[in-house]
Design a protein around this ligand. Structure first.
Ligand SMILES: [Zn+2]
Length: 224
């Protein structure tokens, strides 16, 4: 077991989050112990041994953690930005809502037709106009149509509300997220990293950092 320096701050688990900017492979943790027993931790490209990747430098973990923390400044929203984005997203959702409402009206009409046909079918069967086999076949088909319309209605009615809620939650999270992240315990930092970033791609130079965000964060931070 490694004994970490007592002064050492708790290490954030970035393993699932950071990747090599050259080759896109994971960065893995390596430890080095000095003669005085001090342990240094680095991230290195997982592929650097098989000579595929040119990125050979070791990145000190503390430095990577700092760069990840700094990255949060670039995605955080102040209240004004948040409101602006919320408006854009809500307008988009509003347009979708109009399309959905049209379909919902159509579903009501279709559902009525199915009901009418069900009634006609029963009538025909009772009047001995069709035999039992034909009756059952048509009844099954109409029941399936009805069930499918009910499912579609439920989906359309909940979808917009759910998306709106997800966007609001994401916006809540991004507002002042840098401060939130900086003050958070390591477990929460790890959760934030995983929730927001699909991957953070890093190289040794300060400018070598590129982030890929999960949805809905990606569309929120680059509204088009
Ligand atoms: Zn690499």
């Amino acid at each position: 077991m490694l004994k970490l320096d007592a002064q050492h701050h708790p290490v954030i688990d970035l393993k699932a989050t950071v990747f090599c900017i050259e080759c896109g492979r994971r960065l893995i943790v390596q430890h080095t112990r000095t003669r005085t027993g001090r342990v240094y931790e680095y991230f290195v490209c997982h592929r650097r041994r098989d000579t595929v990747c040119q990125q050979r430098k070791a990145l000190p973990i503390a430095l990577v953690e700092q760069r990840v923390e700094d990255l949060y400044r670039t995605i955080e929203l102040d209240p004004g930005q948040r409101e602006g984005i919320e408006q854009i997203v809500l307008v988009k959702l509003h347009r979708q809502q109009a399309v959905d409402d049209e379909r919902l009206t159509q579903i009501t009409v279709e559902a009525r037709t199915v009901e009418t046909n069900q009634a006609k079918l029963i009538e025909a069967y009772c009047a001995d106009a069709i035999d039992r086999e034909v009756f059952l076949t048509h009844q099954r088909r109409l029941n399936a149509e009805q069930a499918s319309l009910v499912r579609e209605r439920a989906r359309l009615e909940s979808e917009n509300t759910e998306i709106r809620q997800r966007v609001r939650d994401a916006l809540d999270l991004l507002q002042d997220v840098h401060a939130t992240y900086a003050d958070a315990p390591v477990t929460v930092r790890k959760q934030l990293n995983r929730a927001i970033f699909a991957g953070i791609f890093l190289g040794p130079e300060p400018g070598q950092i590129r982030a890929e965000l999960n949805e809905p964060f990606a569309s929120i931070t680059q509204p088009g």
